[in-house]
Design a protein around this ligand. Sequence first.
Ligand SMILES: [Fe+2]
Length: 315
Amino acid sequence: MIWTKEVIMAEAAYTHEVGLGTLSKEISDLGMQRYIEDLDTHGYTVVPPEIANPNGLAERMLETCLDIAARRSGERPDLERGGVRGRANSPVGYAMKALLLEDRVFEESLMNPALLALATYLCGYDVVLSSLSASMKGPGETRFRLHTDTRLPSPLPTQALLCKGIYLLTDFNRDNGSTVFVPGSHKWCRNPVASETSIGDGGNDQAVPVEAPAGSLLVFHGNTWHGAYNRVAPGLRVSVHLLMVRSLLRATEEFIGRIPQDVLDRNRPRFGILTQQGVVPPYIDKEDERAKVARAQKFVSAFEKDSGIQLPAKR
Ligand SMILES: [Fe+2]
């Protein structure tokens, strides 16, 4: 869907629930209309550093990721020459999971207006963070085969159930082990079959590698076929990945009740929604349900008051 004034007026006329007017203004204020059109046409977009990298966000995330890798693996990775111990030939590299609460810079990565505009466009204002992780990929021989992230049997729904944002912390290109996409594949609403999943020589000739500098932000629809080349250049490809899902889906990481109060307090109320606090988790009886609904509703009300956007009613 292209965000013409007519579409917005028609949609907004019958519901305030989706916040179309607000989102349209956010997209326009950020100068991001063309990236929305990319999402519609190709199922993915690359937002350049001028928009996606406020206040050196990517550089700060890179330093933080190297520090965390040093703590977790016992050795600080060498960006120019080295790999990460024991992970030389993995198609996804050395994966560092559950980073949101490791450093404040990751809160910033989640609240980055460029990411939120695109994630909201694809999955709505009640989209939640499912996982926040980093990948460090050194030279190797294994390519990451084409797949979708929706992870349901085909056919897949037209609307995005989820989307992914990838911050490029080092340059992406073919030799550096870039992500590849099949443009337009989100519209096919199916997973690739085995014969369509390989990339490179003799592989799927519709797959296109991303070429973009560090500081860019890649966002894609959950149905879009993607994979990655193996890195052949020395050194590391480093990226931070935010999986964002519609609030009704089960998230990968557990955030409900786990975000410290000072972290909630220093962010806008949308942070509470993004970190699943507005989601009602499974209950065991009526009393438990009442308590969980009341807790979630507090976060929803705070967001609605702050934003003027109405979220779907809680159970
Ligand atoms: Fe994926």
